[in-house]
Design a binder for this molecule. Sequence first.
Ligand code: DMJ
Length: 647
Amino acid sequence: MVFRKLPGVSASGMGLRLSQKFVFLLFLSGLVTLCFGALFFLPDSVRLKRIFLSKTESQPVTVGSDNDLRDHLKKGAKDMEHLRGITSAKGETSTKLKSLSRKPSITNEAKADEKVVGGEALEDLTMSRSKTESSSKDEKVTSSSNQRANTDTSFDYNKFKKCLLKPPLGIEHGKSSHPQTLHRRDKVKEMMKFAWDNYKSFAWGKNELRPLTKNGHIGNMFGGLRGASIVDSLDTLYIMGLIDEYNDAKEWVETSLDLNSNGEASLFEVNIRYVGGLLSAYYLTGEEMFKRKVLELGEKLLPAFNTPTGIPRGVINLGSGTSWSWGWASAGSSILAEFGTLHLEFVHLSELSNNPIYTEKVMNIRRLLNKIEKPHGLYPNFLSPVSGNWVQHHVSIGGLGDSFYEYLIKSYLMSDKTDEEAKNMYYSALEAIEANLVQKSPGGLTYMAEWRGGILDHKMGHLACFSGGMVGIGADDGAPEKRQHFLDLAAEITHTCHESYTTKLGPEAFRFDGGAEATATRLSDRYYILRPEVIESYMYMWRLTHDPKYREWGWEAVEALEQHCRVEAGFSGIRDVYAQTVSHDNMQQSFFLSETLKYLYLLFSDDDLLPLEDWVFNTEAHPLPCVTCPGTIFEKILINSLSFTVL
Ligand code: DMJ
């Protein structure tokens, strides 16, 4: 290599100057690095630091590769996770974060959150979920927010359908192959359409139709709720295949059934008609809207149970939740047939909401009634919701008592025959009834008298005629030596009730004294308001025996309804079943659509339309399915039933 000589510099002198410069530059760069590094140790407030370092943190996102970006997002998620941990631990900013990640029930949103935030949060959510469940079970949750949380459920409708033994509407909607029976059934369907069309024309959205004056009736039983005839008709229209009419009814429920009413409602009536009607509509059709509505309504009924004993009072303001007893009920008492006719519907409210509170409420009533001392084993009609004692010793299988007994046997059947307590209470009650109330008239008619502190009143109400069907459906599960006896008793009572229909329709109450044999002796007992009970017993007895007389008796009733009750714009009750000239009461009761016409239709259908193995009818004839699926809330409650205590 040849070095060119620089002017004025020797070769050795030039090498010395170069190495001095190199050392100087090295020193300088070290100094700069040290000063820059020192910036990191300065407080954030020093301007110099902000100028030099402020933007560096965001730089990698905008300039990095795809991999850098992914790493950054992962880091962001981790930071979020960390932040959640800190904030929830400190309880700071919890409102915002809770609303994002702590939905009170098991929702898809919570699951989505779990995916984003990873395992730590998953544990956290799981914990809060099980806390919700146990608190609602163990601490008897009553706050409406908790109940609302539980209304967001995952009731599996398809699974429920698979648990049924048979298709609800049968193979051919229960169509009989017998031409006369089919013709009779078509007639009943025509009656339903006529009743419905007139309601729709003249009373749409009101509770009932006044068919003479062609207007609507609201009444004061439903606390401002409207459309009782619509809700009561949903399942009848559906099973009859009146699908356009059913769709109109469904649309009205969806758009116009306003549950935010503020009036005084009968807990019993709202339960059997609205809760029962919506439950049936849901179970038959799977329309989620019905489920939402019925859970919203169910929640509004709960405050009625806030009494010292948990026995609800008869009247509730659906808006404020305040409740009180009927003015006519002695000493502020509650009525057996009212607080004892909630069980079927409330078990299903628990099923659909996954909230045991409804079942707890009715189990509590059951336990109190089971425990309390009963005169001669009988259940009087009036009980104090404050002391839990009977108020009067009036016992009746008709009005004021009736459906309490019905719900005992139906609770047993609806539980897939697992609810032994209901079964035992039913058969004990029936034994007491037979020993004290069941009578034979001089003319050989079996009837159920009323009992007033040991004195018998030889009268039977139309309402008590449901008991033919009740004793019939319970016959098979009685003691083996009693089964035939129960079936005979059921047939005898049904026969007596048919006897009371001397003019093919029967009076409100009939007597067996002073020479009377199933006849109304007082003018005030002679009315017929389109009630179903006698026809209800025909339907059950037909299903149980297939004795053709029950269909004949049902047809007699159809002809009488057509002759005496059909008017230009619907069906009306009559004031005196014995009068030559008919006087109408101008009311088409909603239970005529829900019960009377439904039972007639079933009477002229094959047994596979709503088969009794799968369905029980509530006291307003709304079919509710037997709770047969494994893992239902009802099953869990039964297993844990020993832990229930009377309040
Ligand atoms: C219906 O509302 C129900 O059947 C109730 O149990 C008794 N009364 C009427 C029909 O008569």
